[in-house]
Design a protein around this ligand. Structure first.
Ligand code: UP5
Ligand code: MG
Length: 219
């Protein structure tokens, strides 16, 4: 009887580490910068060297756009081509789902690089509404790069990327959206002392050397 009781209990009680992870709030670093500033490139480098999971909001949106049966696929495709920012309800659901799935698969993965988000006030409000109590934003990693360098990198990539927004017309719109909508969000975090700025116009290795200095200090 006692054995049966213990047996049943142990089947129902999750492992100790899993329970610890449930208590552990996800730790988030927002990664921002203009189109082509090198956010994705540097996030890949970080993942290789530090225990972070990289979630690119843009990649999640592109995957949703391509998913068979997606009800928002067409909307996403028009927004991306126009360099406009997709309504936050869509993006936040994708981010939240990806974070939950990551933590459910591996309880030790609670540190996230959220790349390309929040890009405007709507994004920030959506984050605060849905995620503020559920995750801690440690700081913003800001890849600062001139518009000219950003555009030329994206045009170069556009030769084979297949991205519908790596062309001059979309890039002009992406840059305007970045300047008018995203820069103010970076300024807002800067006022809170939460922005770590990196000169992203240099080589990938030089930029990553600065990233390492920041992450070694701040975790
Ligand atoms: N490259 C990278 N670093 C280099 C370096 N130091 N020196 C020389 N070359 C370098 O790099 C871009 C290119 O430059 C690559 O070819 C790379 O090899 C080279 P990458 O690392 O991809 O730069 P990244 O900053 O990630 O550029 P990306 O184009 O992804 O930035 P965007 O912010 O424009 O794109 P994202 O995918 O985040 O968003 C696309 C669209 O999705 C948005 O415009 C918007 O319409 C929509 N979106 C939303 O609506 N909401 C969101 O929350 C997110 C996206
Ligand atoms: Mg990217």
């Amino acid at each position: 009887m006692i054995f049966r009781l213990f047996g049943n209990v142990s089947q129902r009680v999750p492992s100790f580490l899993y329970r610890v992870s449930l208590m552990m709030k996800p730790q988030v670093v927002f990664v921002l910068g203009g189109p082509g500033a090198g956010k994705g490139t540097q996030c890949s480098n970080i993942v290789e060297n530090y225990s972070y999971t990289h979630l690119s909001a843009g990649e999640l949106l592109r995957a949703e756009q391509a998913r068979d049966g997606s009800e928002v696929g067409y909307l996403i495709s028009t927004y991306i081509k126009e360099g406009k920012i997709v309504p936050v309800e869509i993006t936040i659901n994708l981010l939240k789902k990806a974070m939950e799935e990551t933590m459910q698969k591996d309880e030790k993965k609670f540190r996230f690089l959220i790349d390309g988000f929040p890009r405007n006030e709507d994004n920030l409000e959506g984050w605060n509404k849905v995620m503020d109590s559920k995750a801690d934003v440690k700081f913003v990693l800001f890849f600062d790069c001139s518009n000219e360098v950003c555009v030329s990198r994206c045009l170069e990539r556009g030769k084979n990327s297949g991205r519908t927004d790596d062309n001059r017309e979309s890039l002009e719109k992406r840059i305007q959206t970045y300047l008018h909508s995203t820069r103010p969000i970076i300024e807002l975090y800067a006022k809170l002392g939460k922005v770590r700025t990196i000169d992203a116009s240099r080589s990938v290795d030089e930029v990553f050397a600065d990233v390492k200095v920041i992450l070694d200090k701040e975790g």
